[in-house]
Design a protein around this ligand. Structure first.
Ligand code: ZN
Ligand code: ZN
Length: 400
């Protein structure tokens, strides 16, 4: 932070001081009437410790009644309400940090806030303290200080001395909160005696249950939804898929004409026989997919589709079949040409696995571009360019 680098010349120091002091003066004409301490964060400073202290001393010789302090430490740092420090064993420890100028701002016990709010504040504050202090000794010390602050603000001493016994777990009647919730609770209390006359209910709920409200759906729940909904595996893989597959992978839907060409897989291999795991859930109906197609001689073609995978697979099958009729191979696309030359235009040897996908969300963005980028990456990773694979070229335009 401060070691190394060129030191500030006196002239530069003077300029910096004048610039910053004039800034402070402009902003704080009223505030600097009395003696004030200003906290200024020096964002960038070069030089060593001695020069830094010298610089602070120089800044403090001003006529503006502004005093600057500087704190530096190689073993601890104060951040918000925490002091993070290094102990003798090199481990990080945390402790509560309070500014020297901090005042006792605890809510006064005589405040008009609801009683339960005033009583709950100490509990919340001591819990926070326990989380902040990593050592129990620090916690005990800080807790004593905090207790004193609470007592100064009129908090009843009994709150600290009594430890509430844990309540017995009663039967809870949990329901979603709504405007009639209080009313319902009253009805339950009022007429509980009637309900206890039911011998079966009495057996299971001997005492009046504790009525607890669960959060109701709020505006946020109604107006927004997750961009990444959890896929329901039972919907994606109906019973026709006999082999149970892992959470992620590719599987035929079992209900479309493309299914015979789509494999059930959780991994796939590149031209170098290196295995890769599928980290998405892909079926015939998944849109925006990168797929991996192999022919009977195990050459790999990597392609993309923004439409459902089944449509693209059907197109490939149709093109391979159609290639049989044509005489020449020059005008044919890569896959049909290969199948015409080497595999007698038999599309049954075409095996397809969906290997990656783009999850489309409400934010939009160019799905085609993102897909094209993924496709290029996979072609490169799996080494599927000719002659090892069947892809003819690598398209870099999607990255531009
Ligand atoms: Zn299918
Ligand atoms: Zn082949």
């Amino acid at each position: 932070m401060v070691e190394g680098g060129p030191s500030l010349s006196n002239q530069r120091k003077k300029d910096t001081l004048e610039e910053r002091m004039s800034d402070l003066k402009g902003q704080n004409d009223k505030a600097i009437q009395g003696k004030q301490e200003k906290k200024v964060n020096w964002m960038s400073q070069t030089g060593n410790w001695v020069e830094l202290l010298d610089f602070i001393k120089f800044l403090n010789t001003n006529q503006l009644n502004i005093k600057l302090t500087c704190h530096f430490d190689t073993n601890s740092v104060d951040f918000l309400d925490i002091t993070i420090k290094r102990d003798n064993f090199g481990m990080l420890q945390t402790d509560l940090f309070r500014k020297k100028t901090a005042v006792n701002s605890v809510l006064h016990a005589s405040s008009s806030h609801p009683k339960h709010v005033i009583n709950a504040i100490p509990i919340g504050q001591f819990l926070r303290l326990r989380r902040v202090c990593s050592s129990f000794e620090d916690f005990k010390m800080r807790a004593e200080e905090m207790k004193k602050r609470f007592l100064d603000r009129g908090t009843n001493n009994l709150i600290f001395s009594t430890s509430k016994p844990q309540k017995e777990v009663k039967t809870r009647f949990i329901t979603e909160y709504h405007s009639h919730w209080e009313l319902m609770r009253e009805i339950l209390s009022k007429h509980w005696s009637i309900l206890t006359s039911d011998p079966v209910l009495k057996q299971y709920v001997p005492e009046r249950p504790c009525v607890t409200a669960r959060r109701a759906r709020n505006l946020k729940d109604h107006l927004t939804k997750s961009f990444y909904p959890v896929n329901d595996q039972s919907l994606l893989f109906p019973s026709l898929v006999s082999k149970p597959i892992e959470k992620w992978g590719c599987a035929p839907c079992g209900n479309c004409v493309a299914c015979p060409n789509i494999d059930c897989a959780t991994s796939f291999v590149g031209s170098d026989s290196k295995p890769y795991k599928i980290t998405q859930t892909i079926t015939c109906n998944t849109k925006a997919v990168i797929y991996h197609a192999t022919c009977p001689c195990s050459k790999i073609y990597v392609g993309l589709t923004t439409r459902p995978l089944k449509l693209r697979v059907r197109e490939h099958v149709r093109d391979i079949r159609a290639a049989e009729k044509g005489e020449t191979v020059e005008h044919l696309k890569t896959l049909p040409r290969h199948f015409k030359i080497h595999h007698g235009c038999d599309p049954t040897g075409l095996r397809v696995i969906g290997i990656d996908r783009i999850i489309t969300d409400l934010r939009g963005g160019s799905v085609s571009r993102r897909l094209a980028q993924k496709e290029s990456r996979w072609i490169w990773t799996l080494r599927t360019l000719q002659p090892l694979g069947l892809n003819e070229a690598l398209n870099y335009s999607s990255f531009l």
